[in-house]
Design a protein around this ligand. Structure first.
Ligand code: GDP
Length: 445
């Protein structure tokens, strides 16, 4: 994933330090050199690397490390703080207009992910009770309007587009009309998707700048593909000059990019990274938290994001009901199935485990984790009759054989599932009654 190599190299550098008590100036120099090389190899822009390493070096040679109980840990802490700083420091939220509609304009190169982002933003805003309107002001690309209509539909948001067949429309006019339309129809947020080109060009910038002048947006978000590497800085600077964006959205953070764009753009332009896009689906999107990203890069874990994902997937009422079922011994395989499906909503289990501190060290276990096991377990339960799901005691030999055949698994797998279910139910019953279960094989976290 993005930052993978950078993260590996930084954690290696730090684990070499761990065995040392005091750090000599030579140790610090060596560490800083390694950090410098790792950042450059990750495509972070040279001026950013220079600033970063000189600050880290200065701090690492100072008293805070010298006097620290654990100097190596202190260096990691310093690197963490400085990473947070170059990623923009504090999280910056969207600013809404005092008089709606709030106008958000999207700018960036073609293929950066603007149209997809428009859909993601709309869905995210809708979930918070807003009534977004998507505006197709990209009249350059033949398919752009249709594409926006498709994402609009997926997001359940209205789309404002010029009538087809009117020749090539005027995007400035469309954007202006859209804001007017939003005002009368009570859309409180307007998201204007603009045209991009494959490279920065004067005409594109002029058009974007004209749209900006015409609709006076509350936010101008510059969308940048994390995979563009070394070009990131020049592109960002061109857009900063051209449209003076207020925030950055990093897209395609799910790819194998080296991450340099992410680490350069905020500090070079002085504009905060506000959102991260992590896939093609409308839910693959999150507000950007510099501190959490830094923790992920340094393998310090991202517990907060993990908890948020879990909260998104599990609703409280449901959790309460399940707890009651455990306490009263009425938890069935049917409930178990429902739980598993909820778990799947949280995204890949591997992705979740990857957010735990030290996850990089468990690389091998993570790679061996078999997501298809969930699918097989689901298949087994789905091959049972409703009565069997409610009363696993019914499951005699011939029934188990039938289920194994029906689900394309083996009797051994069916047996293992039933055993696991019974153990889990017993354990959860203890928990639900306020006891502490004895979980075999689980050390302190
Ligand atoms: P636009 O030209 O800036 O409007 O870019 P699009 O929204 O059309 O996106 C270009 C391509 O990138 C499409 O195939 C999208 O599905 C894909 N895409 C957009 N965002 C992401 C992302 O975060 N991750 C991945 N993997 N693909 C993305």
């Amino acid at each position: 994933a993005t930052f993978g190599t950078l993260s590996d190299r930084l954690t290696q550098t730090f684990s070499a330090l761990r065995t040392k008590g005091k750090l000599s100036p030579a140790d610090v120099d060596k560490t800083v050199r390694e950090i410098r090389r790792a950042l450059l190899d990750a495509d972070v822009a040279l001026p950013v690397v220079k600033d970063f390493t000189s600050t880290v070096r200065e701090r690492a040679l100072g008293d805070e490390v010298n006097k620290a109980l654990n100097p190596a840990q202190q260096v990691v802490q310093i690197v963490n703080e400085e990473l947070v700083a170059i990623l923009g420091g504090e999280q910056r939220r969207l600013e809404f207009a005092k008089n709606p509609p709030t106008v958000i304009m999207l700018a960036g190169l073609q293929g950066a992910g603007k149209t997809t982002l428009a859909g993601k933003l709309a869905k995210w805003l809708k979930a918070q009770g807003h009534t977004p309107l998507l505006v197709a002001a990209d009249l350059q690309r033949p398919n752009a309007v249709t594409q926006l209509q498709v994402v609009g539909e997926q997001a359940g948001a209205a789309v404002f587009a010029p009538e087809p067949g009117n020749g090539i429309g005027d995007p400035v006019r469309v954007a202006k009309d859209a804001v007017q339309f939003a005002r009368t129809r009570l859309h409180d947020v307007v998201i204007v998707d603009t045209a991009g080109r494959l490279g920065v060009d004067a005409e594109l910038m002029k058009q974007a700048s004209n749209i900006r002048k015409a609709v006076d947006p509350d936010e101008v978000l510059f969308v940048i593909d994390a995979m563009i590497g070394q070009d990131a800085v020049a592109t960002a600077q061109a857009f900063q000059e051209g449209v003076d964006f207020t925030g950055v959205v990093l897209s395609k953070l799910d790819g194998d990019a080296r991450g340099g764009a992410a680490l350069s753009v905020a500090s070079v332009t002085g504009r905060p990274i506000m959102f991260a896009s992590t896939g093609e689906g409308l839910d693959d999107f999150e507000p950007f938290h510099p501190d959490r990203m830094a923790s992920r890069i340094l393998d310090l874990g991202d517990i907060l994001s993990l908890i948020e994902q879990a909260q998104k997937a599990f609703d409280q009422d449901e959790a309460q009901k399940v707890a009651e079922k455990f306490a009263t011994d009425t938890f069935t395989l049917e409930d178990f199935l429902a739980q598993m499906q909820q778990l799947k909503k949280m995204g890949s289990i591997k992705g979740m485990l990857g957010m735990l501190p030290g996850a990089r060290g468990m690389r091998e276990q993570l790679d061996n984790f078999d997501e298809s096991e969930i699918t097989r377990t689901e298949a087994i339960i789905q091959s049972m009759t409703p009565a069997e799901r409610r009363m696993p005691k019914l499951l005699n030999g011939s029934r188990r054989l039938r289920i194994a055949r029906g689900s394309g698994t083996t009797v051994t797998e069916v047996n293992a599932l039933v055993n696991r279910f019974e153990q889990a139910a017993k354990m959860m019953k203890t928990v639900a009654k306020g006891g502490v279960p004895n979980v075999p094989g689980m050390g302190p976290i």
